[in-house]
Design a protein around this ligand. Structure first.
Ligand SMILES: Nc1ncnc2c1ncn2[C@@H]1O[C@H](COP(=O)(O)OP(=O)(O)OP(=O)(O)O)[C@@H](O)[C@H]1O
Length: 242
Protein backbone atom coordinates (compact mmCIF):
# COMPACT_ATOMS: atom_id res chain seq x y z
CA UNK A 1 0.00 0.00 0.00
CA UNK A 2 1.20 3.52 -0.77
CA UNK A 3 0.51 6.28 1.75
CA UNK A 4 -1.21 9.17 -0.02
CA UNK A 5 -1.51 11.25 3.15
CA UNK A 6 0.29 10.95 6.44
CA UNK A 7 0.00 13.16 9.50
CA UNK A 8 2.56 12.57 12.20
CA UNK A 9 2.16 14.07 15.68
CA UNK A 10 0.32 17.08 14.25
CA UNK A 11 -0.60 19.88 16.65
CA UNK A 12 -2.43 22.98 15.47
CA UNK A 13 -3.94 26.03 17.18
CA UNK A 14 -6.67 28.43 16.09
CA UNK A 15 -7.03 31.87 17.64
CA UNK A 16 -4.32 30.94 20.14
CA UNK A 17 -6.22 27.87 21.38
CA UNK A 18 -5.10 24.31 20.77
CA UNK A 19 -7.45 22.48 18.38
CA UNK A 20 -5.56 19.45 17.06
CA UNK A 21 -3.52 17.49 19.56
CA UNK A 22 -0.97 14.90 18.51
CA UNK A 23 -2.90 13.74 15.42
CA UNK A 24 -1.49 10.66 13.73
CA UNK A 25 -3.11 9.15 10.68
CA UNK A 26 -2.32 7.54 7.38
CA UNK A 27 -4.56 7.13 4.34
CA UNK A 28 -3.47 5.01 1.40
CA UNK A 29 -4.12 5.27 -2.32
CA UNK A 30 -7.30 3.30 -3.00
CA UNK A 31 -8.73 4.02 0.45
CA UNK A 32 -12.02 5.82 1.15
CA UNK A 33 -11.85 7.14 4.71
CA UNK A 34 -14.52 8.94 6.76
CA UNK A 35 -13.54 11.56 9.29
CA UNK A 36 -16.10 11.41 12.10
CA UNK A 37 -16.50 13.49 15.23
CA UNK A 38 -18.89 15.90 16.96
CA UNK A 39 -19.22 19.61 16.18
CA UNK A 40 -15.99 21.33 17.05
CA UNK A 41 -13.97 18.08 17.00
CA UNK A 42 -11.52 19.62 14.56
CA UNK A 43 -12.53 17.89 11.31
CA UNK A 44 -12.34 21.03 9.17
CA UNK A 45 -9.16 22.07 10.95
CA UNK A 46 -7.59 18.69 10.24
CA UNK A 47 -8.48 19.00 6.55
CA UNK A 48 -7.01 22.51 6.44
CA UNK A 49 -3.88 21.33 8.21
CA UNK A 50 -3.53 18.48 5.69
CA UNK A 51 -3.73 21.05 2.88
CA UNK A 52 -1.08 23.26 4.47
CA UNK A 53 -3.62 26.08 4.88
CA UNK A 54 -2.94 26.57 8.58
CA UNK A 55 0.41 26.62 10.34
CA UNK A 56 1.25 23.62 12.52
CA UNK A 57 2.49 24.10 16.07
CA UNK A 58 4.21 20.76 15.73
CA UNK A 59 4.36 17.61 13.66
CA UNK A 60 4.50 16.83 9.96
CA UNK A 61 2.11 16.38 7.04
CA UNK A 62 3.31 14.21 4.16
CA UNK A 63 1.28 14.30 0.95
CA UNK A 64 2.12 14.52 -2.71
CA UNK A 65 -0.81 16.86 -3.35
CA UNK A 66 -4.35 17.20 -2.12
CA UNK A 67 -7.52 18.57 -3.67
CA UNK A 68 -10.01 20.33 -1.41
CA UNK A 69 -13.78 20.19 -1.69
CA UNK A 70 -15.08 22.86 0.73
CA UNK A 71 -18.54 22.89 2.24
CA UNK A 72 -21.04 24.06 -0.41
CA UNK A 73 -21.98 27.25 1.43
CA UNK A 74 -18.36 28.45 1.23
CA UNK A 75 -18.55 28.89 -2.56
CA UNK A 76 -20.23 31.96 -4.17
CA UNK A 77 -22.98 30.37 -6.22
CA UNK A 78 -24.54 33.73 -7.17
CA UNK A 79 -21.37 34.76 -9.01
CA UNK A 80 -22.29 34.75 -12.75
CA UNK A 81 -20.07 31.83 -13.74
CA UNK A 82 -20.75 28.78 -15.88
CA UNK A 83 -20.05 25.26 -14.65
CA UNK A 84 -16.85 25.07 -16.70
CA UNK A 85 -15.64 28.47 -15.42
CA UNK A 86 -16.20 27.30 -11.85
CA UNK A 87 -14.16 24.16 -12.49
CA UNK A 88 -11.45 26.20 -14.25
CA UNK A 89 -11.09 28.25 -11.05
CA UNK A 90 -9.47 25.14 -9.56
CA UNK A 91 -6.54 25.80 -11.90
CA UNK A 92 -6.01 29.46 -10.96
CA UNK A 93 -2.79 28.74 -9.09
CA UNK A 94 -1.37 26.89 -12.10
CA UNK A 95 -2.52 29.33 -14.75
CA UNK A 96 -1.93 32.55 -12.80
CA UNK A 97 -4.66 35.10 -12.18
CA UNK A 98 -4.34 37.19 -15.33
CA UNK A 99 -3.23 34.64 -17.92
CA UNK A 100 -5.51 32.95 -20.41
CA UNK A 101 -6.10 29.23 -19.99
CA UNK A 102 -4.54 27.01 -22.66
CA UNK A 103 -6.25 24.23 -24.59
CA UNK A 104 -4.64 21.75 -22.17
CA UNK A 105 -6.21 23.58 -19.24
CA UNK A 106 -9.67 23.39 -20.81
CA UNK A 107 -9.12 19.72 -21.58
CA UNK A 108 -8.35 19.12 -17.90
CA UNK A 109 -11.61 20.96 -17.01
CA UNK A 110 -13.68 18.84 -19.42
CA UNK A 111 -12.03 15.61 -18.21
CA UNK A 112 -12.90 16.54 -14.60
CA UNK A 113 -16.49 17.31 -15.65
CA UNK A 114 -16.67 13.92 -17.37
CA UNK A 115 -15.49 12.22 -14.17
CA UNK A 116 -18.33 13.77 -12.17
CA UNK A 117 -20.80 13.25 -15.04
CA UNK A 118 -21.57 16.94 -15.58
CA UNK A 119 -20.21 17.31 -19.12
CA UNK A 120 -23.72 18.07 -20.48
CA UNK A 121 -24.13 21.03 -18.12
CA UNK A 122 -20.79 22.69 -18.76
CA UNK A 123 -22.28 25.96 -20.09
CA UNK A 124 -25.01 26.19 -17.41
CA UNK A 125 -24.75 29.08 -14.90
CA UNK A 126 -23.78 27.59 -11.52
CA UNK A 127 -26.64 29.50 -9.82
CA UNK A 128 -29.15 27.29 -11.68
CA UNK A 129 -27.79 23.98 -10.38
CA UNK A 130 -29.34 21.72 -7.74
CA UNK A 131 -27.47 21.02 -4.49
CA UNK A 132 -26.21 17.65 -5.76
CA UNK A 133 -24.99 19.19 -9.03
CA UNK A 134 -23.23 21.99 -7.13
CA UNK A 135 -21.46 19.40 -5.02
CA UNK A 136 -20.27 17.71 -8.22
CA UNK A 137 -18.95 21.03 -9.55
CA UNK A 138 -16.86 21.43 -6.39
CA UNK A 139 -15.55 17.88 -6.76
CA UNK A 140 -14.60 18.54 -10.41
CA UNK A 141 -12.90 21.80 -9.37
CA UNK A 142 -10.74 19.82 -6.95
CA UNK A 143 -10.10 16.99 -9.43
CA UNK A 144 -8.88 19.31 -12.18
CA UNK A 145 -5.29 19.12 -10.88
CA UNK A 146 -5.46 15.29 -10.55
CA UNK A 147 -4.65 15.26 -6.83
CA UNK A 148 -3.53 11.97 -5.20
CA UNK A 149 -5.74 12.85 -2.21
CA UNK A 150 -9.25 14.29 -2.27
CA UNK A 151 -10.42 15.97 0.95
CA UNK A 152 -14.19 16.50 1.22
CA UNK A 153 -15.77 18.63 3.93
CA UNK A 154 -19.32 17.49 4.74
CA UNK A 155 -20.44 16.89 1.15
CA UNK A 156 -23.86 15.45 2.12
CA UNK A 157 -25.20 18.35 4.20
CA UNK A 158 -28.62 19.44 2.93
CA UNK A 159 -28.82 16.85 0.15
CA UNK A 160 -31.65 14.37 -0.32
CA UNK A 161 -31.11 10.61 -0.32
CA UNK A 162 -30.81 10.06 -4.11
CA UNK A 163 -28.23 12.88 -4.36
CA UNK A 164 -26.29 11.44 -1.40
CA UNK A 165 -26.30 7.98 -2.92
CA UNK A 166 -25.13 9.26 -6.30
CA UNK A 167 -22.29 11.13 -4.65
CA UNK A 168 -21.34 8.12 -2.53
CA UNK A 169 -21.07 6.06 -5.70
CA UNK A 170 -18.92 8.79 -7.27
CA UNK A 171 -16.59 9.01 -4.25
CA UNK A 172 -16.23 5.22 -4.16
CA UNK A 173 -15.22 5.25 -7.83
CA UNK A 174 -12.81 8.16 -7.31
CA UNK A 175 -11.21 6.35 -4.35
CA UNK A 176 -10.09 3.52 -6.61
CA UNK A 177 -7.29 5.67 -8.01
CA UNK A 178 -6.57 8.02 -5.13
CA UNK A 179 -7.20 8.46 -1.43
CA UNK A 180 -10.50 10.07 -0.46
CA UNK A 181 -11.06 11.53 3.01
CA UNK A 182 -14.57 12.74 3.80
CA UNK A 183 -15.61 14.66 6.94
CA UNK A 184 -19.22 13.77 7.63
CA UNK A 185 -21.91 13.62 10.30
CA UNK A 186 -23.61 10.75 8.50
CA UNK A 187 -22.31 7.84 10.57
CA UNK A 188 -24.54 5.21 9.01
CA UNK A 189 -23.51 6.06 5.44
CA UNK A 190 -19.85 6.27 6.45
CA UNK A 191 -19.93 2.93 8.26
CA UNK A 192 -21.64 1.30 5.30
CA UNK A 193 -19.55 2.83 2.53
CA UNK A 194 -16.10 3.78 3.73
CA UNK A 195 -13.13 1.42 4.04
CA UNK A 196 -11.92 3.19 7.16
CA UNK A 197 -13.43 5.36 9.87
CA UNK A 198 -11.26 7.93 11.62
CA UNK A 199 -12.82 8.87 14.97
CA UNK A 200 -11.62 12.36 15.85
CA UNK A 201 -12.10 14.57 18.86
CA UNK A 202 -9.14 16.97 18.81
CA UNK A 203 -6.99 13.84 18.47
CA UNK A 204 -7.56 10.51 16.70
CA UNK A 205 -9.39 8.35 19.23
CA UNK A 206 -9.55 5.25 17.02
CA UNK A 207 -9.28 4.31 13.38
CA UNK A 208 -10.08 1.22 11.33
CA UNK A 209 -12.81 -0.46 9.30
CA UNK A 210 -16.30 -0.07 10.86
CA UNK A 211 -16.38 -3.80 11.59
CA UNK A 212 -13.32 -3.43 13.85
CA UNK A 213 -14.65 -0.46 15.83
CA UNK A 214 -16.93 -2.41 18.12
CA UNK A 215 -15.73 -1.00 21.45
CA UNK A 216 -18.50 1.36 22.65
CA UNK A 217 -15.91 3.24 24.75
CA UNK A 218 -14.22 4.76 21.69
CA UNK A 219 -17.56 6.03 20.33
CA UNK A 220 -18.50 7.42 23.75
CA UNK A 221 -15.15 9.19 24.04
CA UNK A 222 -15.30 10.57 20.49
CA UNK A 223 -18.88 11.86 20.66
CA UNK A 224 -18.84 12.69 24.38
CA UNK A 225 -21.97 10.65 25.09
CA UNK A 226 -22.98 8.32 27.91
CA UNK A 227 -23.74 4.59 27.83
CA UNK A 228 -27.48 5.21 27.30
CA UNK A 229 -26.90 7.24 24.13
CA UNK A 230 -29.01 6.68 21.01
CA UNK A 231 -25.74 6.71 19.11
CA UNK A 232 -24.70 3.37 20.62
CA UNK A 233 -28.14 1.89 19.97
CA UNK A 234 -28.02 3.04 16.35
CA UNK A 235 -24.61 1.38 16.00
CA UNK A 236 -25.90 -1.76 17.80
CA UNK A 237 -23.17 -1.42 20.44
CA UNK A 238 -23.90 -2.17 24.09
CA UNK A 239 -21.51 -0.92 26.75
CA UNK A 240 -20.39 -3.43 29.38
CA UNK A 241 -22.87 -3.54 32.28
CA UNK A 242 -25.58 -1.64 30.39
N1 LIG B 1 -10.75 30.93 13.24
C1 LIG B 1 -10.89 30.32 14.42
N2 LIG B 1 -10.39 30.88 15.55
C2 LIG B 1 -10.52 30.29 16.75
N3 LIG B 1 -11.11 29.10 16.92
C3 LIG B 1 -11.63 28.49 15.84
C4 LIG B 1 -11.54 29.05 14.54
N4 LIG B 1 -12.15 28.20 13.65
C5 LIG B 1 -12.58 27.16 14.38
N5 LIG B 1 -12.27 27.31 15.69
C6 LIG B 1 -12.55 26.36 16.79
O1 LIG B 1 -11.81 25.18 16.55
C7 LIG B 1 -12.55 24.04 16.94
C8 LIG B 1 -12.61 23.04 15.80
O2 LIG B 1 -13.38 23.56 14.74
P1 LIG B 1 -13.62 22.75 13.39
O3 LIG B 1 -14.42 23.66 12.51
O4 LIG B 1 -12.34 22.21 12.87
O5 LIG B 1 -14.52 21.54 13.89
P2 LIG B 1 -15.41 20.53 13.05
O6 LIG B 1 -15.16 19.17 13.62
O7 LIG B 1 -15.17 20.70 11.59
O8 LIG B 1 -16.89 21.00 13.46
P3 LIG B 1 -18.29 20.92 12.66
O9 LIG B 1 -18.72 19.49 12.69
O10 LIG B 1 -19.18 21.80 13.50
O11 LIG B 1 -18.06 21.46 11.28
C9 LIG B 1 -13.91 24.55 17.40
O12 LIG B 1 -13.89 24.61 18.80
C10 LIG B 1 -14.00 25.93 16.80
O13 LIG B 1 -14.76 26.76 17.63
Amino acid sequence: MTAALEMIAVNADLGGRPVLRDVNLRVDTGEFAALLGPNGAGKTTLIRAALGLIPLRGGTVISSGAGYVPQRHEFSWDFPASVEDAVLSGLVRRIGLFRRPSVAHWQAVWAALDQVRLADLRKRPVGELSGGQRQRVLVARALVVSPPVLLLDEPFTGLDMPAQENLTELFTTLAKERAVVMATHDLAAAAYTCDTLILLNRTVIATGPAADLKDPAVWMETFEVGPGSHLLKALSLTPAGA
